[in-house]
Design a protein around this ligand. Structure first.
Ligand code: CMP
Length: 147
């Protein structure tokens, strides 16, 4: 059964010109890029997207970071997409990633635990929430939208 996850190339990844290498890794790893959009997120969107972190000390810096430039947002699809994309990006802390997962995407393009270059959904529930946060889907064929 195919699964979908949300991937984001964060502002440091886009401005550092990592999107083509990241796209190549994604396609070479057997993911289908189902949808993609480049957006410069505003503060309100970032605050809502990361609402679960609103009480953390790093939240203001996270908002500043994620609004600092355009991001590339993608829906990735394949069997086991959520776990496989998390494995490819590596640990949250890019400095640790360089020590323990040198082949990971964060080891390649991340700076530290805050500026870590890419995002991946961490569960089926967050993948569904995050995908619908950025993408509206056409209603399935044969169903009538409710009014
Ligand atoms: P991500 O896991 O994609 O989503 C939450 C983001 O908050 C994380 O990437 C980092 O960019 C940022 N962040 C900053 N500090 C921390 C921290 N101590 N733990 C987890 N995430 C952090």
């Amino acid at each position: 059964e195919k699964e979908r996850t949300l991937a984001i190339v964060k502002p440091d990844g886009v401005s550092g010109n990592y999107t083509s290498s990241i796209r190549k890794i994604i396609l070479d790893s057997g993911f289908n890029i189902q949808r993609e959009v480049t957006l410069h997120l505003d503060e309100d969107s970032v605050r809502r997207f990361y609402a679960e972190h609103s009480t953390k000390s790093f939240y203001p810096r996270l908002v500043k970071y994620m609004t600092s430039g355009p991001v590339l947002i993608m829906i990735l699809q394949k069997v086991n997409a959520i776990a496989d994309w998390r494995a490819l990006i590596g640990p949250t802390d890019a400095q640790k990633a360089r020590m323990t997962h040198p082949d990971s995407i964060r080891a390649m393009c991340g700076e530290d635990i805050e500026q870590n270059c890419v995002h991946g959904s961490d569960s089926v529930e967050s993948a569904a929430r995050e995908i619908s946060f950025f993408f509206t889907e056409p209603s399935p064929e044969g169903t009538t939208p409710e009014h």
